[in-house]
Design a protein around this ligand. Structure first.
Ligand code: EPZ
Length: 419
């Protein structure tokens, strides 16, 4: 992993070349948590070599699990796994640390961990996770930011999530594996990441009905067997590059996209912007004239347009042929990119959760600061559209989820380097 602190990107006139899309971050993290449910060795292919995966490995290692990551192959050995509290200095680095709660309860009927961290894009409470676990007969205690949970035995339950939270759905599924009887989750999230987790658990021997729907029925089972997994492509990284192609004359290939269904919500939007996307045998062919059509857009619950790509879309709309609007409907504090884009001469107004973006204004390179993962990636995309050079600082945020954004963009002819 490159430990440089900033990225410098030059104004770009066209994109031409190939990008190999990395494995999915938001799929691999719950799968790593799920390995705890069985005793044995699991081999996970196409694992992205990113900061969040490294932190999840350290968390598993606190539980006496051994892990090895080499050439995108992650080996997890849970044979010697043993209970331990998870320290706040690690849990605070990662939102997905909370996903160890379910498997720890399923395996040891107890868990103690510091509060989860993650990108500062909203309040990000965990009330839906905890309410569900209480229904499952778990005693929950939060004292001085340390979460202590225990259960005499986990009891399958029926739980209606008040919002289809991705993390809460994953945590409930993971805990339900160790519960007596069956658990019915209503109003569950339906993201591809949830489907992948369910299919992985099924391969370990768990009985799950309703995969891909908002009603999931999980039947707790006795002994599970560890299982291997081949990770899917990262739909948000692929979406970043599809959106980027809208803003510049482009002829690019995105490799490694095996199931285009996972990108339908993004392809619908980039086609509206003026991009032509063709699914070939083993890649996506992406062509665009670089003329962005202005419009009204909003994020939403899957399968609507993903909140994770909202900052990237916002940056691309700076090139549109008129004023656009973009409304964020998932997180209450995710328009933070606007402050940085204004340093590049962008003209954007905000009214509550809606951004009004004036297209076609000449953007000027400047130094801007990454403050979260997707906002950081969006600033890199904005840098392509600015006169001269743009420097993006604090790129540690970007490296939490993009394995090597510099190498990816160099592959399509961008003049970009770590500095
Ligand atoms: C997952 O976060 C993703 N992270 C996020 O991606 C993504 O933005 C988000 O889902 C929405 O798609 C991972 O998968 C690791 P949520 P998660 O629980 O699970 C509210 C990225 O850039 N909520 O579905 O934390 C919450 O405040 C990251 O890769 C509660 O109110 O998201 C938010 O408004 C960032 N109570 C909404 O639900 C709860 O108990 C969606 O959150 C839980 C959530």
């Amino acid at each position: 992993m490159n430990s440089m602190k900033a990225i410098s990107v030059k104004e770009t006139s066209e994109l031409k070349g190939t990008i190999e899309i990395q494995g999915s971050k938001n799929t691999i993290l719950p799968i790593m948590a799920a390995t705890l449910l069985a005793s044995g060795v699991s081999v996970i292919y196409n694992c992205p070599e990113i900061e969040d995966v490294q932190v999840m490995r350290q968390l598993l290692e606190c539980l006496h699990v051994t892990t090895k990551l080499e050439n995108h192959v992650l080996t997890v050995d849970t044979t010697g796994a043993a209970y331990a509290p998870l320290p706040a200095f690690l849990t605070g680095k990662l939102r997905s640390s909370i996903l160890l709660l379910g498997p720890m309860l399923a395996r040891w009927q107890k868990a103690e961990l510091g509060m989860p961290g993650g990108c500062a894009i909203g309040l990000r409470p965990i009330d839906i996770h905890l309410e569900g676990l209480v229904k499952m007969n778990v005693d929950v205690n939060l004292h001085k930011d340390v979460l202590s949970c225990k259960s005499f035995y986990l009891q399958g339950c029926e739980y209606h999530l008040r919002f289809p939270s991705v993390g809460a759905t994953e945590n409930m599924i993971l805990a339900a594996v160790g519960a007596k009887g069956r658990t019915i989750l209503r109003g569950a999230a339906k993201e591809p990441e949830i489907m992948e987790l369910c299919n992985y658990l099924i391969s370990m021997g768990v009985l799950i009905e309703g995969v891909g729907t908002d009603v999931l029925v999980i039947k707790g089972t006795g002994v599970l067997t560890s299982s291997d997994y081949c990770n899917v492509f990262d739909r948000i990284v692929a979406g970043t590059y599809l959106l980027m192609a809208a803003a510049l004359p482009s002829e690019i290939k995105l490799l490694g996209i095996e199931d285009v269904r996972y990108l339908k919500n993004v392809i619908d939007v980039v086609e509206r912007l003026g991009v032509n996307v063709i699914k070939m045998d083993n890649y996506l062919s992406v062509q665009s004239m670089g003329k962005v059509k202005a419009g009204e857009f909003e994020t939403g619950i899957y399968p609507e347009f993903p909140t994770d790509l909202q900052p990237v879309l916002l940056a691309v709309l700076l090139k549109a042929d008129g004023e656009s609007s973009l409304t964020e409907k998932i997180f209450e504090n995710r328009l933070g990119i606007v402050k940085e884009l204004k340093k590049l001469n962008a003209k954007i107004r905000i009214r509550e959760q809606e951004a009004m973006i004036q297209g076609g204004i000449e953007l000027q390179g400047h130094t801007v600061k990454a403050t979260d993962l997707r906002q950081g990636a969006a600033l890199v995309v904005a840098g392509l559209l600015c006169k001269g050079y743009t420097t993006i600082t604090d790129i540690g945020y970007i490296q939490r989820g993009y394995e090597d954004i510099v190498k990816d963009l160099q592959g399509v002819g961008v003049d970009i380097t770590y500095v």
